[in-house]
Design a protein around this ligand. Structure first.
Ligand SMILES: Nc1nc2c(c(=O)[nH]1)N[C@H]1C(S)=C(S)[C@@H](COP(=O)(O)O)O[C@H]1N2
Ligand SMILES: [Mo]
Length: 507
């Protein structure tokens, strides 16, 4: 290693940073950014168990970790490309301009291969090359004046990061918080407003637990950066074993009969008493109308539902009979993170078949395997019954406990609480059920708007009692037909977590 080698490596590293920042300038935080493309590749290479722990287990917290790791790998990749270019250029006795060009061009090529974005490749190559070029002799030759060159190179990298960072980074940070069009001031439909106000009225005030409409809705998906799907060009195709294949665009979907529904989602990867379990008021179009138009053939047993992020899930076509294509959430346009512009909601089923960014429903004549089932999960069926215990408050011997209970479309009729570790049980107080499906054409002041009962939404529960010694609280849900939630505990993998939630309480 001659004296200039460490400097050349530093120049290469700065150049790698410049490429990563330069490409970001063009793509923003999207699947076309080199770092996101590398992250997706890392996901593909990851062992199934690690992948599941990252996505199903960590949920949205896994995403920043993955992106940070992929960022480091990507900088390293482009630094290596720059270092190779410098090495070859020098060995071949090229002059500085030629070496700079070689470095920039090879980085542009690498960027193109990684993320197939010509604009990003060009800007990335220019940033990377400029960073090498301004390093001057630190990169290409004699040691004299090398230090100043190194500083200039790092300067280019920093400047690119700063320029790339300002606007798009702010947007990325906002997007990763779920914010986007859905965050803008939109006028909420009066019927939606009435439904949300009703949900609010019916909620118990439980510190530590969500109201009946979640304030923060969990997010789980396979993406390092969620797809951006343009509603103007979005279509949904109905293909496969149908008499009349169909393609609907956003405008024609929105002309179909629309309704508002309270629906709960829970991820099969949710822990016992976990937080990947939420409820929203969704607005959309029943899938059955579309299926009827396409005409499912008698041989059609199942569907493969596909999405813009290359996610795919397979399940019985019968599950779609009461499903909905949703394009609004709590009265606002569906947020990007929850599947904009259109997602599927399948009543009573685990979250994983509620496909976001939906692009195709293919009717199959034979069963097939979806994304998570290929990785060992059993999450395409109905949810299991669960009761959470998220609220525990003690005040001078008075204890108040509460949470939510959910049994999919089987419905929860009762929640029971034990304060002696499961020996004796008492009925908890339950929230009134959320209102049933409401046509979007309803009049807001029509009493029927809040009549009826949501078919697939959780209920809140609470129980207040006196206690003077440490004790164990246990909670269990009972389904509408009297079935008691099973007590046997299991991990989320592969069928979803089961068991009664318990907690030791000291008054
Ligand atoms: N296109 C697509 N749809 C998807 C997923 C995904 O990775 N890609 N994840 C599924 C899983 S595992 C769950 S639990 C729910 C979560 O929906 P949410 O992120 O809106 O809460 O979306 C489902 N739909
Ligand atoms: Mo999930």
């Amino acid at each position: 290693m001659d004296e200039s080698t460490p400097r050349r490596l530093a120049v290469a590293a700065a150049s790698g940073v410049a490429v990563v920042a330069g490409t970001f300038l063009v793509t923003g935080f999207s699947p076309r950014w080199v770092v996101v493309a590398v992250a997706q590749t890392l996901l593909l290479l990851m062992p199934d168990a690690l992948l599941a722990a990252g996505i199903q287990g960590l949920g949205s917290a896994g995403q920043p970790l993955l992106v940070a790791g992929a960022g480091a790998v990507t900088v390293g990749l482009f630094a290596a490309v720059a270092a190779l270019a410098l090495r070859f250029g020098r060995a071949a006795g090229r002059d500085r301009a030629e070496i700079v060009f070689l470095a920039g061009a090879s980085q542009a090529l690498a960027a193109f291969v990684i993320a197939v974005s010509p604009g990003a490749a060009l800007v990335g190559g220019v940033a990377g090359g400029a960073s090498v070029g301004l390093a001057g002799r630190a990169a290409t030759g004699e040691v004299s004046r090398a230090r100043r060159g190194l500083l200039r190179s790092a300067g280019v990298a920093l400047a690119t990061v700063a320029v790339a960072g300002a606007g798009p980074l702010a947007r990325a940070v906002r997007d990763s918080g779920g914010g986007d069009a859905a965050d803008e001031d939109v006028e909420i439909d009066p019927v939606v407003e009435r439904l949300l106000a009703t949900a609010d009225d019916r909620s118990f005030d439980l510190s530590g637990a969500e109201p009946l409409v979640s304030e923060s809705f969990y997010q789980v998906d396979i993406n390092a950066a969620d797809p951006r799907v343009n509603p103007e060009t979005w279509t949904l195709r109905l293909t496969g074993s149908v008499t009349e294949p169909l393609e609907v665009d956003f405008a024609s979907l929105r002309e179909r009969p629309t309704e508002h529904r309270f629906v709960t989602l829970r991820c099969v990867g949710d822990q016992l008493n976990g937080r990947k379990f939420d409820t929203a008021l969704w607005t959309g179009v029943p899938v059955s109308d579309l299926l009827a138009d396409a005409g499912v053939r008698e041989e059609g047993c199942c569907v493969m539902v596909r999405a813009a992020d290359d996610y795919y899930q397979e399940f019985p076509v019968s599950a779609l009979s009461d499903a909905m294509l949703a394009f609004r959430m709590n009265g606002r346009p569906l947020p990007r993170g929850h599947g904009a512009p259109v997602r599927l909601l399948v009543p009573g089923h685990w979250g994983e078949i509620n496909v976001k960014w939906i692009s195709e429903i293919e009717v199959l004549e034979e069963e097939a395997t979806g994304y998570w089932e290929e990785r060992g999960w059993h999450g395409t069926g109905p949810v299991s019954t669960t009761a959470t215990l998220h609220h525990v408050e003690t005040d001078d011997g008075t204890v108040s406990v509460g949470g939510h209970a959910y049994a999919g479309v089987r419905g929860v009729s009762t929640v029971e609480v034990s304060t002696d570790g499961g020996d004796t049980w008492t009925e908890a107080e339950l929230t009134d059920r959320l209102p049933g499906a409401t046509p979007a054409t309803a009049e807001a002041d029509d009493p029927a708007v809040v009549d009826g009962e949501a078919e697939d939404a959780w209920r809140g529960w609470r129980y207040t009692y006196e206690a003077d010694a440490e004790h164990e609280v246990v909670v269990r849900a009972i389904e509408a037909d009297g079935t008691v939630q099973p007590s046997e505990e299991s991990d989320p993998f592969p069928n979803g977590a089961s068991g009664w939630v318990s907690r030791t309480v000291s008054p």
